[in-house]
Write a protein that binds this ligand. Sequence first.
Ligand code: KG4
Ligand code: ZN
Length: 348
Amino acid sequence: MKVLGIETSCDETAAAVVSADAAILSNLVFSQLDEHRPYGGVVPEIAARSHLEHLHGLIRGALEEAGVGFDDIDGIAATAGPGLIGGVFVGVMTAKAMAAARGLPFIAVNHLEGHALTVRLTGEAGFPFLLLLVSGGHCQLAAVEGVGAYRHLGGTIDDAAGECFDKTAKLLELGYPGGPALEVAARGGDGARFALPRPMMGRDTLDFSFSGLKTAVRHKVAALSQPLAAQDIRDMAASFQTAVADVLADRCARGLARFQDTYGQAGPLVVAGGVAANAYLRERLDRVAGAAGTALIAPPPRLCTDNAAMIAWAGLERLRLGLTDGFDFAPRPRWPLEEVRAPLRGAM
Ligand code: KG4
Ligand code: ZN
């Protein structure tokens, strides 16, 4: 079984082919970074037009690289939300048109489910597992019981972790996109130099909050002599990254305890989404999992950030359960993971 996957929900245009034996036959990503850089963030209108311009070439390339034609494909999956709706429309309409023309099943994939199931493409994560999903738009803890079976345990009450990385990087003039640049800057910094808050740490919930941390960074940066000295930037980057990791580690330790109570097993802990590419965070979470008697499972960094292999894989997991979607499926700009349900088998 092979599935073609399409991702167009933010600023990456991507197409990939994966097979049921968890082989990534092709995985092409076109990053629109250069088009959005002058604006310091993603411009939805530019993103949608760019997806339209690049998607067809990427699909052709992904099929060619995988050495397959439409006759060898068993289904076409596309991100159908959540995300910037103009881009989502481009991917969904393209997938539906190809599926209709070729008589193939169409699978509407939730982008967050794509991140959540990536560890089953790259390794042997069985169900259930505790998921920390940390990306540019999301930050949540969920128990993953199966495909289409997600139990929300906690989430951010304000900003997402990735958004906070991006805003801090902007304040430190590290350029765009901020997360990866901040990680590099932090390597040469003193993470203990600036005292920053750890919102929600120690609280008996599994929720997150990052806006207070963001504000604290802004005040501390404003108090430094301008223009910022290179070492000040590195120290602030490291102090910020340590604060975020402390919070995420604390929440995951609590999440693992709750997970043990509910499921009678010690994890595993899975981290997914763009921020999961951060090596320092992975190291910290690895220690948290170890202390709880379990392991951290994290996809390789290039599969943490947005890509189409994860969408093709989530599509394949759904297809082999008979979970396909009709051509009347409407793209959803908002689509929480816990609202992803396994529809009736074979529903078309
Ligand atoms: O999953 P993703 O590619 O897109 C969304 O679905 O949001 O996540 C993008 C987010 C951005 O905020 C980016 O700055 C962050 O992930 N990110 C990182 C790193 N690489 C990407 N944050 C911290 N460290 C990184 N190495
Ligand atoms: Zn994402």
